[in-house]
Write a protein that binds this ligand. Structure first.
Ligand code: HSE
Length: 399
């Protein structure tokens, strides 16, 4: 094991970039120093020495002294260009950009083989919780049955405020933004994109399967109302935004992201505020919970730092589930029990229900609980959106 000096170039000095900078100050023994920080906006005050700041990407990409790049910008297309160029320039790269990573997995795996450089991205899913590295290293066998998580801190924060304090959705979202959990475009958090991209990454390291975003049913919490929260309370449950990848009976894997009614028997029932929690289900160990801060400047900065220090001993993901096993194929051919809440009476006629188990029709809202095929739900996405149907798993493990 080597312990080489890391000379770091950082792209982006937003919430996470600054978090990395500050966390690094708290870890003086780390053999790492920041050589350059490339940013876009020229007239912005930053709490770093001006000598470090540059507006020219080549000051990192063409700088032979820099051997480690931390890509911490927002825009996924620009992030892909930076990561590609840095890997091709022989630099190791750390990234937290889940959209860029999840949408380009095949390409990024090939690039690492081609260049021999390492790309690490534990910061991209669940912030400070080392989920990816554990799925890769500890759960390096085929005993894994499922990964179920609260992967989006902002949605969890909003749901917690609504549940505990009857906060309005808009006020809770504003608070999440002020606290630095939310993405610059909050629809990314509240409509399930963020959790979906993170789930794709976890599915790769957990099962070896590369799944395309368009093949996953995902929905978020943006049209939740107080009546949904109230119903959950009456049932002794909470509504949580869940991301789940699980092995099916025919040894394939199914993936979905949706709000779910979660009861106190579940490990993630008490995962509140901006915390994330991931249940790992396995053949021989039943269920385990990984819990911690999944969003915010310092938690995410610490995840980036951990990947950076892993570079000092030349750590690379081996993608063991692809190397040593045959990854299962993805399927949407599974039935799940779903709660649909809506305003218009004709909505149930538009839903692909296999069976109806419960229906309610009141003066302010109506709902139906029934069984649907995940594939049919995916095909009905536009209708659900058009009619503002709040869609939640009746029980996240329901089949
Ligand atoms: N916006 C993300 C969240 C940040 O709320 O979880 C961490 O990925």
């Amino acid at each position: 094991m080597t312990n080489k000096q890391l000379n770091i170039g950082i792209f982006g000095f937003g919430n996470v970039g600054q978090g990395l900078y500050e966390v690094l100050q708290k870890s003086p023994s780390t053999k790492a120093s920041i050589k350059k920080v490339v940013v876009r906006q020229k007239n912005k005050a930053r709490s770093i020495s001006q000598d470090l700041v540059s507006f020219n990407p080549d000051d990192i990409l063409q700088n032979a002294e820099i051997n480690t790049v931390a890509e911490l910008i927002d825009n996924a297309d620009d992030a892909l260009k930076i990561v590609t160029q840095a890997l091709k320039a022989g630099k190791n790269v750390v990234s937290g950009n889940k959209k860029m990573i999840a949408e380009n997995l095949t390409n990024l795996l090939e690039l690492q083989v081609e260049t021999g450089s390492s790309l690490l991205y534990d910061a991209s899913a669940c912030g400070s919780i080392p989920v990816i590295r554990n799925l890769e290293e500890y759960y390096d066998n085929d005993l894994l049955k499922g990964i179920t998580g609260i992967l989006n801190g902002s949605s969890n924060y909003i749901l917690t405020q609504m549940h505990r304090h009857n906060a309005s959705y808009n006020n809770a979202l504003k608070e999440a933004q002020e606290k630095g959990f939310a993405e610059s475009d909050p629809t990314f958090d509240v409509d399930g994109y963020d959790a979906m991209y993170k789930l794709i990454i976890l599915a790769l390291h957990g099962f070896g399967t590369i799944v395309k975003p368009e093949d996953i049913f995902f929905t978020g919490i943006s049209n939740i109302q107080a009546c949904d929260i109230q119903l959950a309370r009456e049932k002794g449950k909470k509504i949580k935004l869940i991301a789940r990848a699980f092995k099916t009976e025919n040894v394939k894997i199914a993936l979905l992201v949706a709000p779910a009614f979660v009861g106190p028997e579940s490990y993630i029932y008490n995962v509140d505020e901006e915390f994330n929690g991931v249940i790992i289900e396995g053949e021989a160990y039943d269920e385990q919970l990984m819990f911690g801060k999944g969003a915010g400047s310092h938690p995410t900065g610490s995840a980036v730092l951990s990947d950076i220090t892993a570079m000092s001993y030349n750590y690379k993901y081996e993608y063991k589930k692809r190397k040593f096993f045959t990854p299962p194929t993805q399927t949407n051919d599974v039935s799940i029990k779903v709660y649909f809440r809506y305003q218009q009476a004709n909505v149930p006629d538009l839903l692909p229900l296999q069976s109806i188990e419960e229906q309610y029709s009141g003066p302010n809202y109506q709902y139906t609980v029934g069984t649907v095929k995940l594939a049919d739900l995916l095909n009905t996405k536009d209708i659900l959106r058009k009619f503002e149907v709040f869609t939640a798993l009746h029980d996240y493990k329901s089949k």
